[in-house]
Design a protein around this ligand. Structure first.
Ligand code: NAP
Length: 115
């Protein structure tokens, strides 16, 4: 939220006009089938709420706001997705998305995720 406030004028003046936030599918209340990780899930669900609000509030300024899930990326032991693939996927989503998708939640493989 503070980063968005700090950078909004720069983003508004930029060519792409995108704010993309790294969330997690762990923040999806709909997709929570296993419980646990209360603090992490809550922080990402909170971030998702901020993304949705910013998308609405910044629509008049034509700023696209996205929540992204990087996959279970190999910054952690046991993870499955190579970091290069995760980042390339998220970059592709950012490039592909159009203004009518502002406020949406996408995984690195371009799957739309429910809140
Ligand atoms: N890895 C996954 O499978 C996965 C899955 C879903 C979502 N995510 C999300 O992806 C994002 C990155 O995760 P990651 O796996 O790449 O984690 P990571 O390897 O632990 O990297 C975290 C990064 O955040 C920086 N950081 C931590 N606290 C900070 C602070 N207070 N101020 C500024 N920078 C700070 C760290 O900087 P230093 O290196 O200087 O400490 C580090 O560069 C996170 O938001 C995470 O929730 C990751």
């Amino acid at each position: 939220m503070k980063l968005a406030e700090a950078f909004v004028e720069h983003v508004a003046a930029s060519r792409m006009k995108v704010m993309a936030f790294v969330s997690s599918r762990m923040g999806s209340i709909t997709l929570n089938m296993t419980g646990g990780s209360y603090a992490y899930r809550s922080s990402k669900a909170g971030l998702n709420a901020v993304v949705k609000g910013l998308a609405i509030d910044l629509q008049p300024r034509h700023i696209l706001v996205l929540a992204l899930h990087p996959g279970w990326a190999k910054t952690e032991p046991g993870a499955r997705v190579d970091v290069d693939r995760s980042v390339a996927g998220m970059r592709a989503v950012i490039q592909r998305c159009s203004r009518h998708e502002t406020g949406c939640f996408f995984a690195f493989n371009d799957t739309m995720l429910p809140w």
